[in-house]
Design a protein around this ligand. Structure first.
Ligand code: DAH
Length: 360
């Protein structure tokens, strides 16, 4: 009987210490499996005298039941512990505060591009695009600026470096969005109504100039468009963009090689109390250049000037963004200072629409 007591103690200790299901199974086989210690002892019962068997039999059976019960209990305990572990790991504190909203904002230049796209789309203008690295033909020649023309110097052009014997046409960083006029008309012909917002480049840098800045070009060609249509479109645009009930525009005769006649356009404003107000007051501020598209420009883009005519305009996007949102220094636009972006930026999901409001 000592042997049995010893065996029982050994297995119960083993079962209590078993760390997982596999260890338990190993113990079960060692004790109760076909060749397990308890099973072998059961087999010995056959060779015992009836008297011996009378005590040894029930004792072995009791031992078997006890080990069996201990194994079962331990199995349940292990499963419970595993579940506890999992619950602890997957625990979620529903009282934690929500995550902060993303900090990013829409840059004022992007915002203004969206705003003016919404306004001009409402007047039937599609958005056209062109490359920022442009041939000098699109940037100058096709716009009636021949190689010897003084306007080429005025544009402070960045030229792409080229070997003297490079056969490709000379390329420049486009100095204005006007070349998109040529590309749009060549691709689409007339009639056409497009705007082309985008980046342009000039070698210039101070508080009001940056070597990279943004313009939006406008172009409308049809059978009988005139300066009157140009004036109406620009007034509509300014009223909607500056979100005021009334604007006064002043057309000053000017000169651009690609328009004839040409006009620079000023908007009435006031600087009372150092605060700029659009639409009232006695001051004027220049906001864009415009005119009737020159016949040579139409011809360069494959549009017959005897059949078609229309107007074009070009406007600085950064400048009108500064005016509308009271941003004093152009250079800050391109410094990527997060504090500035948080102050002047716009909520990412507030898309400007005419019916919903452009800026909120
Ligand atoms: N391209 C001109 C510039 O960058 C702006 C301009 C003036 C565009 C008159 C036009 C226009 O389309 O008609 O200064």
């Amino acid at each position: 009987m000592d042997a049995l007591t010893d065996l029982k103690a050994r297995y119960l200790t083993g079962i209590a210490a078993a760390g997982d299901e596999a260890a338990l199974e190993e113990l079960r086989l060692a004790a109760l499996g076909k060749k397990g210690e308890v099973s072998l002892k059961m087999r010995e019962l056959g060779q015992m005298s009836p008297d011996e068997r009378q005590t040894a039999g029930p004792a072995l059976n009791a031992l078997k039941d006890e080990l069996d019960a201990a194994l079962r209990a331990k199995r349940v305990a292990l499963a419970d512990a595993a579940l506890d572990e999992r619950l602890k790991a997957e625990w979620l504190d529903v009282t934690l505060p929500g995550r902060p909203r993303p900090r990013g904002t829409i840059h004022p230049v992007s915002q203004v591009m969206e705003e003016l796209t919404a306004i001009f789309a409402d007047m039937g203008f599609a958005v056209a695009e062109g490359p920022q690295i442009e041939t000098d033909w699109y940037n100058f020649d096709a716009l009636n600026i021949p190689p010897e023309h003084p306007a080429r110097q005025e544009h402070d052009t960045f030229f792409m470096a080229r070997a003297a014997d490079d056969p490709r046409p000379p390329h420049v960083l486009r100095t204005h969005t006007s070349p998109v006029q040529i590309r749009a008309m060549t691709a689409q012909g007339a009639p056409i109504r497009v705007i082309a917002p985008g980046r342009v480049y000039r070698m210039d840098m101070d508080q009001t100039h940056s070597p990279m800045f943004h313009q939006v070009e406008g172009l409308a060609i049809d059978r009988d468009l005139s300066m009157a249509n140009l004036k109406w479109v620009l007034e509509e645009f300014c009223r909607a963009f500056f979100e005021v009930p009334h604007v006064d525009l002043r057309f000053r005769a000017s000169h651009f090689p690609f328009t004839e006649p040409s006009a620079e356009v000023d908007i009435r404003c006031s600087w009372a109390g150092g605060q700029l107000k659009i639409g009232e007051g006695d001051s004027w501020m220049e906001i864009l250049g415009s005119g009737m598209v020159h016949p040579k420009v139409l011809k360069a883009a494959g549009v017959d000037p005897d059949q078609w005519q229309g107007f074009a305009f070009g406007m600085g996007i950064d400048r009108i963004a500064m005016l509308k949102y009271g941003i004093p220094d152009l250079r800050a636009f391109f410094e990527s200072d997060l504090r500035w972006l948080r102050h002047y930026g716009f909520a990412a999901l507030d898309l400007p629409t005419l019916q919903g409001g452009l800026s909120r």
